[in-house]
Design a protein around this ligand. Structure first.
Ligand code: ADP
Length: 937
């Protein structure tokens, strides 16, 4: 779905069917003549759907009129024409052929339109009086069901929030599959949950405008907000609506408390879906309670900063964690994987259940491959089932269903006799639905058409009556072929042939030149430029027989198809369950394949507050960088035997610290290059210092990402890992993307920090990157200092804190659970090499000027910065106790010692020096000057 950040749809009258880009509908003009009955109907319908783009079916076209035509033609690139061209006030009009509906719907919905589709409700040929037309559905981003409009690998949810004084009800539904959930949650968690669900559209009560919740929701990316009138949220009515839908007397069977705002949200959502879909909601058969406590809580900011399902920069799937771990082979598997990644588990048993299954699949490569080969053949059973249950399926859908069901015996057989509880359970739950598959295979031809109206979908020999009509129709056709040959012989016109068109059926056709030779009994029907067309009584007699037989056959085929479809619909609950099983097998198989391909290990999951990961890699960078280029690092967090302050002494000062080989002579950290981190320090709070670009953020993000992966049941990119289950993960990393909210960087940073300090528990994992950057240095340091103390003393949760404030490294001296780590760099004659290796101890230099140089900051600025840095480092204070910035030199000193970052002389300077000016002609000199000038620019 394209980004529709912050789009809000205004409140409508009773129908509440609105569209963002068509704020009002006003008839531009009326032609002076009374409108035709069709236009009169158009105006009636349009008045019912003033804020939707109305697609009005006229014959083989969908037409738009008036303002709709003007706006829509621009957005989707239709030609704007007009109706009643001759009149003084022609009506603007644009349209497209009916079979292009899907393509245009997709463009319109992506552009943020709501589209009302008004169909012809009867065959124009049979209509007595004006053709009946009615809106059959309203298409909105959150209510799509057409495969052509949906991304097969992404869910498309519609959500609804209903805030009350105490809490907020939330419900969400995927119309294309019928999955429907509800929950109640604290107001402050609503935006986080919506971000997790990532719906295409979210319904909100109109009265919540001007609330902070509304503001938060408008900032969610890709979520179109649709306001609904207050009366839609009447608790009684909402509950009644749900009971009617599920045909139950109570909702307690779903393990749901009926008197909650979540139920009201679910009812209001259902009303909207009924209003827009008009029919076919038979697949919505249950409402599932969602319990937040059972999954790892990840707030919206953290979710986005960790780039779990989309990238921060451009909200794309490519480049996200999801994209690199997705090895699924079915669309339903891909969607389930997104769900698992968005909802990692917290229950140790459930996590291990998944890990056991993944492990079993990794251990038997052949088993995994064969299973995946089978799955790859299957169609999207979830969406197929929804179309079947709603009566929207095509003959081809049923045939795809049968082909998918035909795979089940093999899949079940493969899963049989497995060891892990999850695979055993999936095997047992898989229902072969053999009878329904046989039914479909018996009734339908192998490759049935897309449309029911096309005919030709029922197998010959299935039904005697159908066979009879078909024979008649075929026989008639044979007769016609014979008739053509006889007539050629009779008339002596060699190119005489029988043709057919929809207006006057079968005819005989010959060239104009031959027309003289036709017999008396030919009745002239049509004269074309070079052809003449005739009919004969005999031809008409047979035509009637053929057409009647054909029509009857098609009608009977349709009846037989509907019967079959209804029979299949009865087993839709089993089909749906099967779809979920296949999706799960696919996800597990995908995770196993990933684990083998990318060299992952099974994490040991524990309830201890620990992260002990050896040779951890960042899952995304590891896959994107050339193989072996990513430098693995150990993550060691937890209450450990080696205490921070002791460790400082032990590692940084003692002489027996292993030094690196001679080639690494410039290494800034004494332990870099060690093969193992045995004996390295644990501590709950890890402070990571090091220059910019060294790899601090990558390291702390990787710790969070691996925790998320482990808790979703995946293997992780590391050599070995022990991971303590976290209840929440917080990432406060970078703030530039938040500026759009109109808050200062610092305000955003502090708001997020406040949230962490107020909600983190001892079981949480917190990663912080450069806290306090948005304010003055002293403010920043003081805040970062006290935040760390609070995390250490009050919350006591695992924390990774990357900072360039070296002052903070002193914290390790006073806090027992705080340890310093830094990122090793190697200084070589004139250069600095980032080793991306995390080693114990604190960094002693920041190399900022070097990074500035890499970024292309002008040489003059760098020189000046170096001078200032030297002064600052020698801590010159003036009389007022302020750091004294040395006076600006007009010329950087040339004779200063060649420093680490001495810039190389520009090659043009050498060239100038060597230039023999006396030997150059004025023109040659000018040319040289010009070339050099070009080179510099
Ligand atoms: P910092 O947060 O210290 O400024 P980053 O984590 O943003 O640094 O890393 C800077 C760049 O270094 C990254 O874009 C990445 O390409 C590279 N990098 C970081 N860590 C590693 C690693 N362990 N191995 C290889 N390259 C890395």
């Amino acid at each position: 779905m394209s980004s529709m950040n912050g789009s809000v749809i205004p409140v409508d009258d009773g129908s509440s069917l609105l569209v963002r880009l068509l704020p009002s509908f006003r008839r531009m003009s009326t032609s002076e003549r009374a409108p035709t009955p069709a236009m009169q109907r158009y105006l009636e319908v349009k008045s019912q759907y003033p804020h939707a783009a109305l697609l009005f079916r006229m014959g083989d076209f969908y037409e738009l009129f008036y303002e709709d035509a003007v706006t829509v033609s621009k957005v989707v690139g239709l030609t704007l024409t007009s109706r009643d061209k001759g009149s003084t006030n022609p009506i603007p009009m644009a349209g497209f052929p009916y079979h292009q509906l899907d393509g245009y719907l997709q463009k319109l919905v992506r552009a943020g339109f709501r589209v009302a589709i008004c169909e012809q409700m009867e065959d124009p040929k049979l209509a007595k009086g004006p053709v009946k037309r009615d809106v059959t559905r309203v298409v909105t981003p959150g209510t799509l069901t057409e495969d052509a409009l949906l991304d097969p690998r992404e869910s498309n949810f519609l959500a609804c929030v209903f805030p009350t004084q105490k809490s907020c009800g939330l419900a969400w539904l995927e119309v294309s599959t019928g999955r429907f959930f509800t929950t109640d949650l604290p107001l402050e968690s609503v935006a986080d949950e919506i971000a997790r669900i990532n719906p295409a559209e979210c319904l909100v009560p109109e009265q919540i405008q001007n609330t902070s919740l509304f503001q938060e929701l408008t900032h969610l990316i890709g979520v179109l907000l649709s306001e609904r009138p207050a009366w839609s949220f009447s608790p009684d009515q909402c509950k009644r609506r749900l009971l009617e839908q599920f045909q139950t007397r109570t909702l307690s069977g779903f393990d749901i408390d009926e008197e909650t705002p979540g139920i009201t949200a679910a009812g209001a959502l259902l009303e909207y879906v009924q209003e827009t879909q008009k029919s076919g909601l038979g697949h919505i058969t249950r409402l599932e309670p969602y319990r937040r406590g059972s999954s790892l809580l990840i707030d919206e900011t953290t979710r986005r900063s960790l780039e779990l399902t989309q990238t921060l920069r451009d909200n794309q799937r490519a480049g996200s964690l999801l994209a690199v771990i997705d090895e699924t082979v079915t669309p339903m598997g891909a969607r389930l994987l997104t769900e698992w990644l968005s909802n990692p588990l917290t229950d140790l048993v459930l996590i291990n259940r998944r890990l056991d299954a993944v492990e079993e699949l990794t251990a038997d490569a052949l088993f995994a491959r064969e299973l995946r080969d089978q799955l790859q053949e299957s169609y999207d059973l979830q969406r197929l089932t929804a179309r079947i249950a709603t009566g929207r399926c095509s003959p081809r859908d049923l045939s795809c269903l049968a082909k998918t069901l035909a795979l089940l015996p093999k899949i079940k057989a493969k899963l049989a006799g497995r060891q892990s509880a999850l695979l055993i359970d999936l095997e047992q739950r898989l229902d072969l639905c053999a009878q329904i598959r046989l039914d479909i295979e018996e009734v339908l031809v192998d490759e049935p058409p897309m449309l029911v109206t096309d005919g030709g979908m029922i197998r010959d020999g299935y039904q005697a009556q159908l066979d009879e009509w078909r024979d008649l129709a075929r026989g008639g056709k044979e007769w016609i072929a014979r008739y053509q040959a006889e007539e050629i012989a009779r008339t002596g016109i060699p190119n005489l042939k029988v043709g057919f068109n929809r207006v006057f059926g079968y005819y005989l056709e010959c060239t104009a030149a031959q027309a003289e030779r036709v017999p008396q009994d030919y009745i002239r029907k049509q004269t074309l430029k070079n052809q003449e067309r005739f009919i004969t009584p005999q031809l008409k007699e047979y035509e009637e027989k053929v057409l009647r037989a054909e029509n009857q056959a098609v009608q009977l085929e349709q009846e037989l198809f509907v019967k079959l479809r209804d029979r299949v619909a009865i087993v839709s609950p089993q089909l749906r369950e099967n779809a979920e099983i296949l999706a799960e097998v696919d996800v597990l198989g995908g995770l196993a394949t990933l684990a083998v391909r990318a060299g992952y290990c099974r994490p040991e999951i524990t309830l201890e507050s620990i992260l002990d990961i050896r040779e951890a890699r960042h899952p995304v960078l590891d896959r994107l960088q050339p193989s072996g280029a990513f430098v693995p690092n150990d993550v060691r967090i937890g209450r450990g035997p080696t205490r921070g302050a002791d460790f400082q002494v032990g590692f940084l000062v003692t002489n027996d610290t292993p030094m690196t080989p001679s080639t690494d002579s410039g290494l800034r950290s004494p332990v870099a290059g060690r093969e193992t981190s045995e004996g390295m320090p644990f501590g709950l709070i890890q402070l990571i210092t090091g220059p910019n670009m060294a790899g601090k953020s990558t390291y702390i993000r990787q710790a969070a990402l691996l925790t998320v992966m482990a808790q979703m049941g995946s293997f992780i990119p590391a050599k070995s890992a022990k991971i303590g289950v976290a209840d929440r993960i917080f990432a406060r990393v970078g703030a530039s993307d938040e500026l759009g909210k109109g808050q200062s960087t610092f305000m955003v940073e502090m708001t997020e920090t406040a949230r962490i300090l107020n909600t983190a528990t001892a079981r949480s994992l917190v990663i912080l990157d450069e806290i306090g950057r948005g304010t003055s240095t002293y403010d920043g340091i003081s805040l970062a200092w006290s935040i760390t103390e609070y995390l250490h003393d009050v919350i006591g949760c695992r924390t990774l804190f990357a900072t360039h404030y070296h002052e903070l490294t002193q914290l390790a001296e006073t806090m027992s659970e705080c340890v310093n780590w830094n990122v090793a760099v190697k200084e070589e004659a004139e250069d600095v090499i980032f080793l991306h290796k995390i080693v114990p101890g604190s960094a002693d230099k920041s190399y900022g000027i070097h990074v500035a140089q890499l970024a292309g900051v002008p040489r003059k600025v760098l020189e000046r910065a170096k001078v200032i840095l030297q002064t600052l480092e020698s801590d010159h204070l003036d009389e007022m106790g302020q750091t004294k910035i040395p006076a600006r030199c007009t010329q950087p000193k040339r004779e200063h010692q060649r420093s680490l970052f001495e810039l190389e002389e520009h090659p043009l300077i050498g060239e100038l020096r060597d230039m023999k000016i006396n030997e150059l002609t004025p023109l040659a000199a000018l040319q040289q000057l010009h070339r050099m000038h070009e080179q510099l620019n």
